[in-house]
Design a protein around this ligand. Structure first.
Ligand code: B12
Length: 211
């Protein structure tokens, strides 16, 4: 793994003051908000690793989420500014799957989609299958984005996709999945159309779908 940047390192160390200071410095220097998010993602992956290794516990995970949420509050206006010209491009239904309450990544996706001119219907976290299917039906959305950060919730995404098939609307909606531990194999297993490695990829796929 490449050497961590000062910002990612400060995040791994849970040094909130230093994190916020570095974020402000970077914004002042004109660094794009998405680059800052990328660095933070590396830090969050480092925190996840420490958690896996038993060095950090749940309290540290919670604290890291708080720090990242503060960073996001700082970055949000800059994310929205980046692509303001677009008018409404279409509807995207978004949510974190049942059993999973991670929402920081999903919220970034929602912010970027909104900034790019999409109407986002954010169902929140721990979203039951029926809620996804109903919302897609009701809104006629051509894109459904599901976020999952826990391996044991992968089958939930498959259940949603099977339910879309049962409802006869699978071919009307492009399904994108995302979340740190997802990958192409998970996409194949759940039967989604795309796996998005990051929020920007998700926005680009949505743009493609809506033309
Ligand atoms: C912060 C955090 C938490 C916070 C979440 C707070 C919140 N409001 O979200 C809290 C403390 C609540 C938490 C709880 C738990 N967590 Co946690 N958590 C994390 C941590 C450290 C960071 C996640 C994060 O926010 N990353 C930053 C965001 C920006 O990244 P992201 O979500 O990946 O999103 C980006 C992309 O993936 C993409 N994206 C994401 N979703 C989508 C969707 C679409 C449609 C698209 C297009 C793109 C997209 O866009 C984003 C920006 O580019 C991760 C470690 C890691 N490696 O991710 C562990 C991690 C996800 N957690 C883990 C675990 C085990 C848990 C708990 C079970 C712990 C416990 N024992 O209770 C609970 C489960 C709670 C539940 N039922 O959901 C494991 C999961 C292991 C696995 N593979 O299953 C991880 C990987 C840590 C680890 N290495 O062990 N956690």
């Amino acid at each position: 793994m490449a050497e961590l940047t000062a910002l990612a390192k400060a995040l791994v160390e849970l040094d909130e003051e230093q994190v916020m200071e570095l974020v402000k410095q970077k914004l002042d220097a004109g660094e794009p908000a998405m680059n800052i998010i990328k660095e933070c993602n590396e830090g969050m992956a480092g925190i996840g690793k420490r958690f896996e290794d038993g060095v950090y516990f749940l309290s540290e995970l919670i604290f890291s989420a708080e720090i990242l949420q503060n960073v996001m509050a700082e970055l949000e206006p800059h994310l929205k500014e980046s692509d303001q010209k677009a008018e409404s491009r279409g509807i995207v239904v978004l949510g974190t799957v049942k059993g999973d309450i991670h929402d920081i990544g999903k919220n970034i996706v929602a912010t970027l989609l909104t900034g790019a001119g999409f109407e986002v219907v954010d169902l929140g976290v721990d979203v039951p299958t029926e809620a996804f299917v109903e919302k897609v039906k009701e809104t006629g959305a051509k894109v459904l984005g599901m976020s999952a950060l826990l391996s044991f919730t992968y089958p939930e995404m498959k259940t949603v996709i099977d339910a879309l098939k049962d409802a006869g609307i699978r071919d009307k909606v492009t399904v994108i999945i995302g979340g740190a531990p997802c990958n192409e194999q998970v996409r194949e297993f759940v039967g989604a159309d795309y796996y998005a490695i990051d929020a920007v990829t998700g926005v680009n796929i949505s743009k493609q779908v809506y033309g």
